[in-house]
Design a protein around this ligand. Structure first.
Ligand code: ATP
Length: 251
C-alpha cells in the first residue's frame, strides 16, 4: 500500500475530531472520504500531511512509518495536499503561482517542461499565464491549485473539497482532471468531498466518516447504490441514485 493510515487520532483540546481512522490507498487508486460538515475530513488530511498534530496512530507511506516526519519532508517525498479554499496567491501571476509549486526543486529544464505540460493540460491557464491569479474563475483557480501541486511531483495527491463553490459544469471539469491523475499519471488520489455523488462516481473505494469515525467503507460503486447508507449518513439530495441519469458519470 502506498498510504497506510492506522488508528489515527486528532484532538483540538476537548474536541476529539479524528477518532481512530484507519484507511489505505494503493498506487494509482482514487479513494474518496465522504461525510457531513465537521465529520473530521479536513483534520484527517491535514494530519496525514503532517500539518496537524496527531494524538495517536500512525501514517505509513510506501512501506515507511512517516508519523514523525515533518510536513516538508512528506511533500518532498511526493505526498501533497490541495487544501480547501485552494490557497492561490492572488497577487501573483498564474505562472508565478505554478513556480511556487516547485519550491522544493531546482528550477531546471525538467520543471519548465512540466509547466509546459500543465499548460497543455489546462489551456485556460496557458491563456492567462501572465495575468494575476485573481482574474481566474473558481474552476480555473482549482485547476491552478492542482497544477501547482503537480509540480511537487506527487505520488499521492490529497484534495480537500475541490468542487466547493463551483458550478456543476466547472466541478465536472475539475473532477475529470482528477480522474485523469490516476488514469494517466499513476498518481494516487485521496479525495475529500461533500458532493457525495460525484466523489463516489469517481472513486474506486470510499470511506464514510461521521464524528471522526469510519462508519462504512467499500467499493465506491457499492456505496453509491446503498440508499440506506446514503440516507442515514450523508443525506444529501445529490447523492440519491435517481439523479445519476442527469449527472453523467465522469468516466
Ligand atoms: P467541513 O466539511 O465543514 O470542513 P470536516 O469534515 O472537514 O468539515 P474538520 O474541519 O476536520 O471537519 O473538523 C472536525 C471537528 O474538529 C469539527 O468539530 C471542528 O469544529 C473541529 N475543529 C477543526 N479544526 C479545529 C481547530 N483548529 N480547533 C478546534 N476545533 C477544530
Amino acid at each position: 500500500m502506498l498510504l497506510d493510515v492506522r488508528d489515527l487520532h486528532v484532538r483540538y483540546g476537548r474536541v476529539h475530531a479524528v477518532r481512530g481512522i484507519t484507511l489505505t490507498l494503493g498506487a494509482g487508486q482514487v479513494v474518496a472520504v465522504v461525510g457531513a460538515n465537521g465529520a473530521g475530513k479536513s483534520s484527517l488530511l491535514r494530519a496525514i500531511l503532517g500539518i496537524e498534530k496527531t494524538s495517536g496512530g500512525s501514517v505509513g507511506y510506501d512501506g515507511t512509518d512517516i508519523t514523525r516526519w515533518s510536513a516538508s519532508e512528506r511533500v518532498k517525498n511526493g505526498l501533497v495536499l490541495v487544501p480547501e479554499g485552494r490557497r492561490i496567491v492572488m497577487t501573483l501571476t498564474v505562472h508565478e503561482n505554478l513556480l511556487m509549486g516547485a519550491f522544493n526543486r531546482r528550477l531546471d529544464a525538467a520543471v519548465h517542461s512540466e509547466i509546459d505540460g500543465i499548460y497543455d493540460r489546462f489551456p485556460n491557464l496557458a491563456a492567462r499565464r501572465d495575468r494575476l491569479a485573481s482574474v481566474l474563475s473558481g474552476g480555473e483557480q482549482q485547476m491552478l491549485a492542482i497544477g501547482r501541486a503537480l509540480l511537487a511531483a506527487p505520488r499521492v495527491m490529497m484534495l480537500d473539497e475541490p468542487s466547493l463553490g463551483l458550478s456543476p459544469i466547472l466541478s465536472a471539469e475539475v473532477f475529470e482532471h482528477i480522474a485523469s491523475l490516476g488514469r494517466d499519471r499513476n498518481i494516487a488520489v485521496l479525495l475529500v468531498e461533500q458532493n457525495t455523488q460525484r466523489a463516489l462516481e469517481l472513486a474506486d473505494h470510499a470511506y464514510v466518516i461521521e464524528l471522526g469515525r469510519v462508519v462504512s467503507q467499500g467499493p465506491a460503486e457499492q456505496l453509491l447504490s446503498d440508499h440506506k447508507l446514503i440516507d442515514a449518513y450523508l443525506g444529501h439530495g445529490e447523492a440519491k441514485a435517481g439523479h445519476s441519469e442527469q449527472q453523467r458519470p465522469v468516466r
